[in-house]
Design a protein around this ligand. Structure first.
Ligand code: ZN
Length: 268
């Protein structure tokens, strides 16, 4: 595959924004497994550091490397008593509207993180897109479905109908995905996930990602905004930083989903 400025490979940066505020029950549930870590996390929160609000940290890190990622914002309308739904945020709150506009103003891409039941509902996904576009004041073109929920008969059709151009839902939450971008029959540019921060990261996984680089492909990273904190997830921060440093050092093209999609639109 050919990349911008003849870069040897490409790295696409994305962050799903699933949660923005850690709740008391997160401390209880996660504290059962790692009480000392959760105690440190709680102390840090009491000092005013919200563990699930890591936008500034990501912005500073990426701006240091002169790159701008995509943040996929979720607008979960369903409220059920389950781990999938508890602790979600209100995208229309002042804090959320303000950070979305701030990221957009600074050149980061704002994408749509389709809610749990939106993957097969045009009505739900279209309404979530409208709300996000209302906050931004311009069109949204990139998406990833929450929980990677996907139906091969409807999801891309819905994307096409509502004006989504680029999707990054295919891939895995437990292993490295080696699949490369494709154009779907609906005309969507699909950029599958290579590495998500939910895997139990191993040296072999790093080697698999390096193989994608060696083959001249694109490494699509998905690191959740809420888990980008050193106290609870030190590996996430160090692995993401390692990829940025490697890519910069190798002269790879580092970009967000929209930039990758625009480029691939011409190539595929
Ligand atoms: Zn999600």
């Amino acid at each position: 595959m050919k990349w911008k400025n003849d870069a040897p490979y490409a790295v696409c940066l994305s962050h799903d924004v699933d949660r923005v505020k850690k709740q008391w029950y997160h401390y209880l549930v996660y504290g059962l497994k790692r009480p000392a870590v959760q105690f440190r996390s709680l102390l840090s929160k009491m000092e005013g550091n919200e563990p699930y609000w890591n936008f500034q940290k990501l912005v500073e890190l990426e701006e240091m490397y002169d790159v701008k990622s995509t943040f996929f914002f979720l607008n979960e309308s369903h409220k059920e008593m389950s781990a999938n739904f508890m602790g979600r945020y209100d995208i229309k709150s002042m804090a959320l509207q303000s950070i979305i506009r701030e990221l957009d103003r600074r050149g980061f891409e704002i994408g749509l993180h389709g809610s749990y039941y939106s993957f097969n509902s045009e009505e739900i996904l279209a309404s979530e897109k409208r709300v996000l576009e209302g906050i931004l004041g311009h069109q949204v073109v990139s998406t990833r479905q929450h929980h990677l929920n996907f139906d091969d008969k409807t999801t891309w059709q819905i994307h096409k109908k509502i004006g989504i151009k680029y999707d990054s839902t295919l891939g895995y939450s437990t292993k490295v995905g080696m699949e490369q971008p494709l154009r779907t029959v609906e005309g969507i540019v699909e950029i599958p996930i290579t590495l998500m921060d939910t895997v139990n990261f191993t040296e072999d996984m790093y080697k698999e990602c390096c193989q994608v680089a060696k083959d001249g492909g694109i490494i699509m990273l998905n690191f959740h905004q809420c888990h980008f904190n050193e106290i609870e997830y030190p590996d996430n921060v160090s692995i993401y930083t390692k990829f940025l440093a490697k890519a910069k050092n190798d002269g790879a093209w580092i970009m967000n989903v929209k930039e990758a999609g625009e480029w691939l639109d011409e190539q595929l």
